[in-house]
Design a protein around this ligand. Structure first.
Ligand SMILES: CC(C)(COP(=O)(O)OP(=O)(O)OC[C@H]1O[C@@H](n2cnc3c(N)ncnc32)[C@H](O)[C@@H]1OP(=O)(O)O)[C@@H](O)C(=O)NCCC(=O)NCCS
Length: 150
């Protein structure tokens, strides 16, 4: 793996992150992303959105993202994505560990991730990092009219 540098996203990154997710992230069965929503996340929790940059040949190129969401109670991981040309080099694992380290600093005791049943690729990386489905629970959802974000 070339040199991967992690840092928290700032407001100036929102547009780049949205564009990145358009070509690198899983997008089925979920609300649409927007710059406004990304900025809202960064304002509410400036350390939640972690970006990975390749400081090797393509110096400064955004190659991965993860949201390490801490709501004061539970630890939720979202938007794990690695640039198609940089996959299978350990970047996904580095991002998962960064999220887990954040949770540990905050006192979290268990991390969870939403993984589509049809996303074999996503399932493979979670399994490789020690995650497993929890068959006793399922996710219940209700879209909220007042907000495009959920
Ligand atoms: C899933 C994703 C984040 C993995 O990122 P990555 O940087 O390639 O992952 P890593 O290199 O850290 O892979 C870690 C392990 O996951 C498993 N894995 C990852 N990609 C795999 C593949 N294509 N086939 C089989 N196993 C795979 C392997 O066990 C791998 O370890 P190994 O390379 O030593 O065998 C990336 O493929 C991606 O962005 N996919 C599209 C978005 C997505 O589905 N995100 C997950 C949402 S739940």
């Amino acid at each position: 793996m070339s040199t991967i540098v992690l840092r928290a996203a700032n407001l100036d990154d929102a547009g780049t992150v949205l564009e990145f997710w358009g070509r690198a992230a899983e997008d089925a069965h979920r609300p649409a992303d927007s710059v406004v929503a990304i900025e809202g996340l960064i304002r509410r929790d400036p350390e939640a959105l972690i970006l990975a940059f390749d400081e090797g040949e393509g110096a400064g190129e955004l190659v991965g993202t993860v949201i390490a969401g801490w709501d004061g109670w539970r630890c939720h991981i979202y938007r794990l994505a690695v640039a198609p040309g940089c996959r299978r080099r350990g970047v996904g694992g580095v991002l998962i560990r960064a999220a887990e380290q954040r949770f540990a600093r905050l006192g979290g005791t268990r991390a969870d991730a939403m993984v589509l049943d049809e996303n074999d690729l996503g399932q493979s990386v979670w399994k490789a990092n020690g995650y497993a489905p929890q068959p006793e629970w399922s996710r219940w959802v209700k879209p909220l009219a007042a907000s495009a974000r959920s």
